[in-house]
Design a protein around this ligand. Structure first.
Ligand code: UVW
Length: 298
């Protein structure tokens, strides 16, 4: 077993070859100063991550996020009068806006690529397909604002976003979905995040793509797929988080990462259908996921 992080284990296609830059590329950047000037001059940023807070909506499948402050100012005062506060988090890795590593889901006892899921867990760590194997992402991002396309504030709970919805949304936005892209599907349900339990689903279910939508994404060779909901895919009314066929298609069969609980409201309001997508997972050896704070740039 090696402690050395590996590179991403799957490359659906040459990710740069089929990607269309989100914006015209400026003059070649010569050095750090030029890059900083270029960024300061023209790059807008939209934060796609949610704030991590105790009590935030959370999938019942996962341990909660917990944050405490064991040392407050004044608990230990140095001779010069200074004092440091130190806090501590205890958390599942699938909390807040987060990415699912390929180790997260198995089917018939197998992980993506056929590895035996039980044997792949060594000392409580997934060396193969753990979150440490996901390379930082700097890729073409595509927003498919399905709710916007349908003229809805949000799709209804339990609504399955169809392939026709995905295609019509892309066509209206004038974008194509290609190999290596990161595709973000907006159902509008993310605007309900502050409602807590209603966001997670339960009786109402949650809108999202189903198996057919996941196959559509996989056929296009996307690198990662994300949504503004707790589990990315449709959750049936009253069905809890029991059956997740899109997870099987994407993570196990196609080797496509999933990003969940994104905040896509700013992106939709700005009307960005194409952008540069940036995401850096926490480099936790052997973990099945990681909280993330993705950005859209353009
Ligand atoms: C769910 O809520 C099921 O999310 P994840 O894919 O992180 O398990």
């Amino acid at each position: 077993m090696s402690d050395t992080p590996t590179t991403t284990p799957h490359t659906p296609a040459d990710p740069t070859a089929a990607s269309t830059p989100a914006t015209p590329v400026a003059a070649p950047v010569a050095g750090a100063d030029d890059l900083l000037r270029a960024v300061q001059a023209g790059v807008e940023t939209i934060d796609l991550g949610r704030q991590l807070r105790v009590g935030m909506p959370q999938s019942p499948n996962h341990p909660q996020f917990w944050h405490t402050l064991p040392r407050r100012h004044g608990d230990m005062v140095r001779s010069d009068g200074s004092s440091a506060a130190n806090d501590m988090i205890t958390t599942g890795t699938h909390v807040g806006t987060h990415i699912d590593a390929l180790a997260h889901v198995s089917f018939d006892g197998k992980l993506h690529g056929g590895a035996d899921a039980a044997a792949a867990c060594i000392g409580g760590k997934y060396e193969e397909h753990g979150v440490h194997t996901i390379a930082p992402m700097l890729r073409r991002g595509v927003l498919l604002d399905v709710a916007g396309h349908l003229g809805l504030t949000h799709c209804e709970g339990g609504y399955e976003i169809t392939v026709a919805d995905l295609e019509a949304t892309a066509e209206r936005a004038g974008v194509t979905v290609g190999a290596g892209d990161v595709v973000l599907v907006r159902s509008g349900w993310g605007a309900r995040f502050a409602e807590g339990a209603a966001y997670v689903g339960g009786a109402s279910g949650v809108p999202g793509v189903g198996e057919a939508g996941a196959v559509w994404l996989a056929e296009r060779g996307v690198h990662a797929a994300g949504a503004d909901t707790i589990a990315f895919e449709r959750l049936a009314p009253g069905g809890g988080h029991a059956l997740l066929p899109a997870h099987r298609v994407l993570l196990v069969e196609a080797g496509i990462y999933i990003v969940e609980a994104l905040d896509l409201e700013g992106l939709a309001a700005a009307g960005w259908a194409e952008f540069t997508f940036v995401l850096v997972p926490m480099n936790i050896f052997g973990a099945t996921g990681s909280p993330v704070r993705p950005l859209a740039l353009r």
